[in-house]
Design a protein around this ligand. Structure first.
Ligand code: B1M
Length: 225
């Protein structure tokens, strides 16, 4: 049983790492015709492997390797998106266990692109990687007003908040958003990122952490677990 369990977990992890969604997906060509993360996760659950074990021993380490490769420029946005899609296909089977409360999330992460900014590709990647690290994601979308962040934190006061901005103009909206959130919520952790954002800017506006990429955000959250 232990060998079978290790084997199927390794296969799920390989599917996620390589972006193999399901049996019908042609990507990657080297895995064409093989079962993907979708089918293998179903088999693992049918064999009695706990969803938390699939998360902790297959999905999270696989997504972590994906994040590290992306940070080292060994893979790029398309490969990362495929990995996230494979992970999402596995999560179709696992999510019901979170909803029922049978399996616990590591925390809640509220993310959005700040007011005036419509760029969401990077924000979505960050959200996917953090979900892949076992966190619940509340994605507020793009052009998110400070009021919307406040309402979300009121619903989930224990959450960590992430602000993304891609324009030098809209990154300034992070400043007022951080100020407002700070004035209302003691101890709230705020993470910022996006192409024009820097460590210095993060310090300057009083956010807790700046990450240039999804993996840095995942590692920051891991230290908070
Ligand atoms: Co826009 N755009 N755009 N655009 N766009 C840029 C950002 C720009 C650099 C292009 C350029 O001129 N060279 C420029 C900004 C210049 C500046 O401010 N200095 C620009 C401009 C000017 C504009 C418009 C104003 C153009 C116009 O209408 N005149 C307009 C603004 C609209 C608005 O937002 N109000 C606009 C519109 C658009 C589109 C709608 C057409 C489209 C967005 C589609 C979408 O997102 N759904 C678009 C795109 C695609 C781009 C470029 C080409 C690509 C951005 C992208 O997705 N990168 C971009 C030029 C470029 O970057 N080459 C550009 C890939 C993505 C994976 O990277 O988002 O940086 P990125 O995310 C990274 C990290 O930054 C980090 O992790 C991600 C993965 O590594 N990260 C975080 C991101 N968020 C994070 C949050 C975190 C942590 C890490 O914690 C919370």
């Amino acid at each position: 049983m232990i060998v079978a369990m290790t084997e199927i977990l390794e296969k799920i992890a390989a599917c996620v790492e390589n972006g193999k969604i399901d049996v019908n997906s042609p990507y990657p060509p080297s895995m064409k015709g093989q079962e993907g993360a979708f089918e293998l996760t179903k088999h693992a659950l049918d064999q009695g492997i706990a969803p938390s074990v699939i998360m902790d021993d297959a999905l999270i380490p696989a997504m972590s390797r994906v994040g590290q490769k992306f940070s080292r420029n060994e893979i790029f946005v398309p490969q990362m998106l495929m990995a996230a899609k494979a992970m999402n296909s596995s999560m179709i089977h696992i999510k019901p266990f979170y909803i029922s409360g049978e399996t616990k999330r590591k925390g809640t992460f509220i993310i959005g692109t700040v007011r005036g900014d419509l760029h969401d590709i990077g924000k979505n990647l960050v959200a996917m990687m953090i979900e892949g690290a076992g966190w619940e994601i509340i994605d507020l979308g793009v052009d998110v007003s400070t009021e919307k962040y406040i309402a979300a934190v009121e619903q989930k006061p224990e959450a960590v908040v992430g602000l993304s901005a891609l324009l030098t103009t809209t990154m300034e909206n992070m400043r007022s958003c951080v100020r407002e959130l700070r004035s209302r919520f003691d101890g709230l952790k705020i993470l910022v990122g996006g192409a024009p954002v820097t460590e210095e800017f993060c310090k300057n506006i009083g956010a807790d952490f700046y990450s240039p990429d999804p993996q840095g955000a995942v590692e920051y959250l891991r230290n908070l677990e």
